[in-house]
Design a binder for this molecule. Sequence first.
Ligand code: GLA
Ligand code: ZN
Length: 672
Amino acid sequence: MKTNHFLYGGDYNPEQWLEEVWEADMKLLLEAHINELTLNVFSWAALQPSEDEYDFSKLDRIMDLVRENGFSVMLATSTAATPPWMARRHPDILRVDPDGKKRKYGARHNFCPSSPTMRKYAPLLARKLAERYKDYDNIIAWHIGNEYGGVCCCDNCQRNFREWLKDKYGTLGNLNRAWNTSFWSHTYYDWDEIVIPDERSENFISEGGSPITQVQGAYLDYRRFHSDIMLEEYRLERDAVKAVTPDIPVTTNFMWFFEDLDYNKWARYMDFVSWDCYPHYDTEPAELAMAHDLIRGVGGQKPFILMEQSPSVTNWQHINPAKRPGEMTMYSLEAVAHGADGVQFFQMRRARGSAESMHGAVIEHSGLGGTRVFNEVKALGERLEGMSDILGATVPAECAIVFDWESWWAVDASQGPTEIMDYKSECINYYRGFYDLHIPVDVIKPDDDLSRYKVVIAPMMFMVQDGFAEKAAAFVQNGGCFVTSYLSGLVDKDYLFYQGGYPGPLKELLGVWVEEQDALPAEKTNHFTWNGKEYEAHIICDLIHPLSDLRALIAENKKVIGDIDYFRDKAYHISDDAGDAEVLGTYTDDFYQGSPVLTENASGKGHSWYVGTSSTPEFYRDLISTVAAENGVKPAVDDAPDGVEVAVRKNDKGTFAFYIDHRNYSVDIRRI
Ligand code: GLA
Ligand code: ZN
């Protein structure tokens, strides 16, 4: 979305106060340099008292007042919390939990995405809003729903799931093959035999307390289906407003690393992406920085909007410390540093009652400007007004980390080898290496173009989908550096394990064969040496061979089995050109002491690395530093002290380097 100033505002819910309060709010918000208000996020029950009655009179007054005062508006469709009457008269709108519990009316984000009631009335409301307010030229975006998420396991969802499966597989034979249903007698003869994999069917809580499934193919498809059915509901509302106001951009607010929804897919249906940033007081700065880069990445590396953050406290964390002086400003400018063209808050005025009355706001319960928080909001507004040269700038990254919801789901679906494996944390481990070295990095999707990067890292790429291995190989042939890690190349898109040795379709590129995985208990550490230094090995230790060991083993097996058709399968075909990786690091302990853990393989003009374990920040930093040096990647600046975050944006007005010191909340912005 293009603007000529930073959007600066956020959620404003004036419905909760008498109208004389609105007048004061307008004055105070202008005083605070607020220029945008997000309206109508949770007003459905007030706007629609029954099936065929609508009452927009209050919203009309709010819209007029806000326009008269010169604010831009992001207008929400108000569908993220359903009206109580609707739930009572049309209970299909209520969700069923994974344990089979049918919800009563309550809270918010409470609709079933398959509910015929929801699918009728939500887009209808969206359309009525668009028709009513289409001539307000201060509407700069539609805000559909709010923070989509959660799961429903009701009969309507089950029916839709079966339809989704029919569309995907065509025949039950295909589904039975993909889900490997001959295991544990699951062969299906009728689509109606298929049930949602939930706590009543395939899922259970493991020894270690993790939710585990027993039919990974079904579980993955339910996650995909659920992300899609939610998206379908979003799209009904989106299409309804687009039909009336095709030129107004549409978004919804994403959240952090949010596993329920495949944001990479969702972003295709959004004109710009936006997200809500609520770090805990002890959130690691590198994780927060990566979350910004992740959201920029799902939006195709274009500028995004920080849709919400608290100006001071949240109220839903275990303990909610006040943001220290400068802290809110630092978080805001950090978002800008990573690509935000708008900085927004939840909420403009503290709620009068109910859940969010202890949540921070620009105007707190005192109802007055001039408070510490208010003054910091105002000062930031003034500062952003002087920064408009940065608008539209992108991040000049030469390195990328692949982050894939499909692999994330696949790792979480896997029963074994360990419950402490963690896709997101392993991705952050690599990100932290770049972060510590002040090297800008993009977070990308597996189907993004790799050729614009010098280094691409795909940690724990458990699921390798068709075409990725070939793309990575071409990238390396042309001089790129590809890095991947333990638990990569295990399954295909159906969660069927690749035959012929791990890491499946990546083994020729990497020049290795992974024979086994040893899962380490949390309290146990192995070690390895690389370049004369010793590092710790955690979580999983891969037992790795040079590729020629696999070639030799296949030859031995041919002697036993005979050179039959079995070996015609491409899984057993290793091309003559595929060489052995060079062993860079070896384990120091246990029965696999001395065997490889870190390898590098040359092919074409480039290299590929395999990292067979999880380690400490020191290792990732050394690894990234080596790989960066070998591939001509330099830090964004060379004068940043250790511990200071650096992020860079670039456009035709210049290159802007942000030096962010999380220890004292300072942000220094320099043109470089
Ligand atoms: C989310 C929601 C908001 C509000 C804030 C509170 O981001 O979108 O409506 O509840 O959390 O932190
Ligand atoms: Zn449902």
